[in-house]
Design a protein around this ligand. Structure first.
Ligand code: ZN
Length: 265
């Protein structure tokens, strides 16, 4: 590895591994990485947004973290980007790095013949040296929607949320659906409401494990809230001056809610 001036993102499970003295949101200096992890070669991905490359490594689940380093949940790191002024787009390099290392671990073997895959020398792909099969990073589109009724927003508490926070309705796109179909179906399934005026707002890579979140707004046209009880355990209409606890900054969910609250959606 050519470590001069390079930046390395280090992950373990869903944590970002950083030196205790931090200041490392944009990755760890290559020379520092090499001295902390001797012999470990990161994956170097081309085609970074700015035209450069990106080095990333996923430590084995049981690997020891060097003394003086610490593990930060990646999702909490995302909120640090926002508070440092980077906005949600400032997260994209670290999200890309995490997506790619997870993808490489999931594509160790060829899905057709079972041989061990290698990295394609020129493309962002895994290459089977036996049958020539290519595997590209998997990206699963999902929609997330700001549903409004008059001057109120629909917010829901998902059974998977650890804290008593509320967020937007979201779900994966299914085969044969348009994005608008998915928005309507998810809202109908999870809270029993009808919507129209579905409009695209923005997107965010969300590699947990390999999504691309597409943010929409939609207007409620009918129905009464009826939560499905499986994914959503509570959902209500909230006004701007009476918002509940929200998920942390750094996600498109919080970004869209904040924009709606500021009247700039
Ligand atoms: Zn193969």
């Amino acid at each position: 590895m050519n470590d001069s001036g390079s930046r390395v993102f280090v992950f373990q499970k869903s944590d970002c591994i950083v030196p205790g003295d931090a200041g490392t949101l944009a990755g760890i200096d290559g020379a520092r990485f090499c001295s902390a992890f001797p012999g470990l070669v990161p994956y170097r991905s081309p085609f970074l947004s700015g035209g450069g490359f990106l080095d990333a490594v996923l430590l084995e689940d049981e690997a020891a973290i060097p003394e003086g380093w610490k593990a930060l949940p990646l999702r909490s790191v995302l909120s640090l980007f926002v508070s440092s002024g980077g906005g949600i787009q400032g997260n994209n390099d670290i999200l890309r790095a995490y997506h790619l290392v997870q993808w490489r671990r999931a594509s160790l073997y060829c899905g057709r013949c079972g041989a061990k895959n290698t990295d394609h020398p020129e493309e962002l792909a895994r290459l089977c040296p036996v049958c020539g099969g290519l595997e590209f990073p998997r990206i699963a589109p999902a929609v997330i929607s700001v549903v409004t009724r008059g001057d109120k927003i629909l917010l829901a508490h998902n059974v998977r949320f650890i804290n008593k926070v509320y967020s937007l309705i979201a779900g994966f796109v299914e085969a044969g659906e348009t994005l608008e179909d998915t928005v309507s179906r998810e809202i109908q399934e999870e809270v029993g409401l009808e919507v129209d005026d579905i409009r695209y707002i923005t997107s965010q890579p969300w590699p947990f494990p390999h999504s691309l979140m597409l943010g929409f707004s939609a207007r409620c046209t009918g129905g009464t809230i009826q939560v499905d009880g499986k994914e959503i355990e509570d959902a209500r209409w909230f006004s701007r001056d009476d918002l509940p606890g929200l998920s942390q900054h750094g996600s498109i969910s919080r970004y869209l809610i904040d924009r709606w609250a500021a009247g700039t959606l």
